[in-house]
Write a protein that binds this ligand. Structure first.
Ligand code: KG4
Ligand code: ZN
Length: 338
């Protein structure tokens, strides 16, 4: 029998300190996430310096908890996979330095993993049958990418945002209507009480590319609407604004994604990233994929937002291809996927 491949994965690109142990790519033995959200809520967004300091403080405990919960020790681990970009440079450096030090001390090889590749790979964990090729929409706080997953580790970005990421738009609009940080989950919740057709916000198209996105105009339209309410001395409905904004984002994401699916002839479609945990977005994609007669895949919400299990899965396929990093591995805040 082939020896099982146990990977210890580390993720610290933003405000989650996370570690996981993954067996043979798709079986998650532990998935520990220490979320710093409460710490950053006070400032209305992630403060990089505070995030870095908290990662340093928590990393050791989180990694030990991941090993303990999996019932393994470092001697059982074949490789350490660590997110090295894209993300915030300080937070990334904590994970990368930790992985190098641990790898050196324990004599375990380590490899750098692309954060977006991690998000996409989250789909493999709960869908054992899912194999490339497929199309994947990655929508998170920092990215909105429409990706053709040609093979394991082989990607073509067919659409991307020209300005704000989808999650960023959620966070900014949430702040403007008084919901605070983090905006995505709050807008998702409040929208359930609102009318998504109450206000018509624009669905932006990018002239040169039908698959690209633009959300800054939508954000401005919401701010203009709030301003005009204020000028007229009218109260606005938080729930209606949230629901109408959310519908505008979801409509655009679905329309552009399905156009790509048709044009490229994909039979499988997946979503990933923090915004993929949005209930209205999940329902809309489920319906659209049914209409297109293609299979639809989505990770559980806990595997949509930042976690290390997804890094372990992506790391497994890279490891099998022979990818290993050297001690010169550096944090790459603007790392590209292709
Ligand atoms: O993937 P993620 O955890 O971190 C990044 O890599 O950026 O994504 C975080 C983003 C935030 O902008 C957050 O507001 C958004 O995902 N988000 C949501 C929901 N949950 C998280 N957006 C809409 N609806 C949600 N339920
Ligand atoms: Zn992420």
């Amino acid at each position: 029998m082939e020896k099982e491949i146990l990977i210890l994965a580390i993720e610290s690109s933003c405000d989650e300190t996370a570690a996981a142990v993954v067996r043979d790519g798709r079986e998650v033995l532990s998935n520990i996430i220490y979320s710093q959200i409460e710490l950053h809520t006070l400032y209305g967004g992630v403060v990089p310096e505070i995030a870095s300091r908290k990662h340093i403080e928590k990393m050791n405990q989180v990694v030990q908890a991941a090993l303990d919960q999996a019932g393994v020790t470092l001697q059982d681990i074949l490789a350490i996979a660590v997110t090295y970009g894209p993300g915030l440079v300080g937070p990334l450096l904590i994970g990368v330095s930790f992985a190098k030090a641990l790898g050196f001390a324990a004599g375990i090889p380590f490899l750098g993993v692309h954060h977006i590749e991690g998000h996409i790979s989250a789909n493999y964990i709960e869908h054992r049958e899912l194999e490339p090729p497929f199309a994947c929409l990655v929508a998170s706080g920092g990215h909105s990418h429409l990706v053709a997953v040609k093979d394991y580790g082989e990607y073509e970005v067919i659409g991307r945002t020209r300005d704000d990421a989808a999650g960023e738009a959620f966070d900014k609009v949430a702040r403007a209507i008084g919901l605070g940080y983090p905006g995505g989950p709050k807008i998702d919740q409040v929208s359930k009480q609102g009318n998504p057709d109450a206000i018509h916000f624009p669905r932006a198209k990018v002239e040169e590319s039908v698959y690209d996105f633009s959300f800054s105009g939508l954000k401005s339209a919401v701010l203009n609407y709030l301003n005009s309410c204020q000028m007229k001395g009218e109260e606005f409905s938080q729930a209606d604004v949230a629901a109408s904004f959310q519908k505008a984002v979801v409509d655009v994401l679905v329309e552009h994604s399905m156009a790509a699916v048709r044009e490229y002839g994909f039979t499988k479609f997946a979503i990933a990233g923090g915004v993929a945990s949005n209930s209205s977005l999940r329902a809309a994609f489920a319906e659209a994929c049914k209409k297109e007669k293609i299979a639809f895949y989505h990770p559980s919400p806990i595997l949509c937002t930042d976690n290390a299990a997804m890094i372990g899965t992506a790391g497994y396929y890279e490891y099998r291809k022979g990818v290993r990093s050297g001690y010169d591995l550096n944090a790459a805040p603007n790392l590209r996927l292709e």
